[in-house]
Design a protein around this ligand. Structure first.
Ligand code: ATP
Ligand code: MG
Length: 496
């Protein structure tokens, strides 16, 4: 095979961290001008592998060939000069600047050789225009959606003549309608002589977008295959976790009856006269596209945002202040878990019990044995990939950090648990384990409200489904009888 057919050749690549071999002797090729997907469970080693390609981490051993030549980037800047750009999950765009200013921000002279600044700007703008004409150069970035901000970053990489763009879970924070547009842009990159390396836990995306897929498990390379040779989702899941998972809603034996939460005529900057009732012990799900008002509703109930109207919990009117809401027995697992919910310098053991110290203390002292037991129990239940409960949260993989925050809130012992996008960034196997825990909590009498933009999640576990569109509650359904995904999608996209 002609070596230049492969843009990258990865040979026996190894990365060790203290006590863990994150990437274990991985070898595979990436063909030029393809979309090459990388999948695997949380902690499989995907991000670590990518970071060795981008110069963020030095490898322990092994080789990387870029365009047939030995490649050892010493920094991300170094990798960028060699044509490898990364679309980080935390976007690099600056909201207060215009699109044009962002495009030229941090622009290195080296990438453009002898071009003058005005030429550079016009080249950037014409690249952006060829990718997404609806984005105007003079527009403020703060007025763009997350997907469009990502497109600005892609344009920046293309204009800088990157021929490899790496995307680590780029769609985690964007809505389905916008994902379609982003995908068009990604598909178009093949013609621009760009190879895309794409990491995602949403398997449907792999089939929609990928030419090739590499599966990793426990740091090892399992297989690299053309996507067209994989029969379906379940074959891919089996490659990833070594077993098949099955998901379907099972109606509960006895309907919940007592009303625990009553929301009456709730309105604020984003919500429009929302009223509903939640029964004690049920799993309720709010579904809607991004911007429909899910997070805003959660924040209002939690007392973070102001509102008009009334919220009654266990017969008493809730005061709009988080301290009082928590004291009444309500917890919220926020959408931005990594930044809002995790003490990254604490260990797993230190993080899990923080919202419910009483449960692990006796006479005012922390009982170490109980603390250990609780941490081990949740590591096991949620399948957190770690070699020890003493690992600092900062050193866990992205999905495993999410699981720690979730563990913390599940342990909090609230009567009403609100979860905003509970399984975002979490792999398929662990998702079903989290669903299992949610079901178990509801059987123990806890009430759960899920806010999600993933329809299968809502349809799999929720007893009642609430559909939001543009800040209004459009419909309430009982799962198991009158529910179809076509019908739901029709309503949440504004249909009557
Ligand atoms: N800086 C670090 N120090 C120590 N261990 C680390 C560090 N970064 C990653 N690890 C470990 O390496 C392993 C692989 O992590 P990595 O982030 O590559 O997984 P991933 O496949 O990207 O998972 P996810 O889907 O959850 O993002 C994990 O066991 C993780 O705990
Ligand atoms: Mg990762």
């Amino acid at each position: 095979m002609n070596s230049t057919e492969n843009v990258l050749e990865i040979r026996d690549l190894v990365k060790d961290f203290p006590g863990v071999r994150a990437v274990n002797n991985v070898s595979f090729d990436i063909k030029r001008n393809t979309v090459h997907c990388l999948v695997g469970e949380n902690g499989a080693g995907k991000s670590t592998l990518i970071k060795m390609l981008t110069g963020a981490y030095m490898r322990t051993s092994g080789r990387i060939l870029l365009n047939g030549e030995e490649f050892t980037p010493h920094s991300t800047r170094d990798a960028k000069k060699n044509g490898i750009s990364t679309l980080f999950q935390e976007l690099n765009v600056v909201d207060q600047l215009t699109v044009e200013e962002n495009l030229t921000l941090g622009m290195e002279d080296t990438t453009f050789g002898f071009l003058r600044k005005t030429d550079k700007i016009s080249r950037m703008v014409s690249v952006l225009n060829s990718i997404e004409p609806s984005i105007k150069p003079r527009q403020l970035v703060s007025s763009l959606s997350v997907a469009k901000k990502q497109i600005v970053e892609i344009a920046k990489a293309v204009a800088a003549e990157s021929n490899i763009i790496i995307m680590d879970e780029p769609t985690a924070a964007i809505s389905e309608s916008e994902i379609a547009r982003l995908f068009d842009v990604i598909r178009g990159l093949r013609e621009k002589n760009v190879t895309v390396i794409y990491i995602s836990h949403r398997l449907d995306e792999i089939f929609e977008l990928g030419d090739y897929v590499t599966v990793m498990r426990d740091g090892k390379h399992i297989e690299t295959k053309p996507v067209s040779e994989i029969r379906d989702r379940s074959e891919l899941i089996k490659m990833m976790i070594g077993k098949t998972v099955f998901e379907q809603y099972t109606p509960r034996e006895k309907d919940c009856e007592d009303i625990i939460l009553k929301v009456k005529n709730l309105s604020n900057h984003r919500l429009n006269d929302v009223s509903f009732e939640i029964r004690a012990g049920e799993i309720a799900g709010f579904y809607g596209l991004v911007g429909a008002g899910k997070t805003e509703l959660a924040r209002a109930i939690y007392g973070v945002d102001e509102y008009e109207g009334e919220i009654i919990f266990k017969g008493k009117k809730l005061q709009p202040s988080p301290g009082k809401v928590i004291a009444a027995g309500i917890t919220l697992v926020p959408e931005e878990r990594r930044s809002q919910g995790l003490f990254t310098i604490l260990t797993i053991r230190g993080n899990v019990p923080v919202m419910n110290m009483a449960k692990i203390s006796r006479n005012g002292f922390i009982n170490n044995a109980t603390e250990n037991k609780v941490a081990l129990e949740y590591v096991d239940k949620l399948n957190i990939a770690t070699n020890s409960i003493e690992k600092e949260a900062a050193k866990l993989s992205g999905g495993n950090q999410q699981k720690v925050v979730l563990a913390k809130c599940l342990f909090a012992d609230a009567d009403l648990l609100m979860l905003d996008e509970p399984t975002r960034g979490i792999d398929v196997g662990s998702k079903s384990e989290i669903y299992g825990i949610i079901r178990q909590l509801s059987q123990e009498g806890k009430t759960i409200i899920i806010f999600s933009s993933e329809l299968p999640e809502i349809m799999n576990i929720c007893d009642s489904i609430y559909l939001l569109y543009d800040g209004s509650l459009k419909s309430t359904l009982r799962n198991g009888c009158d529910v179809s995904s076509e019908n739901i999608l029709h309503i949440v996209t504004g249909g009557e």
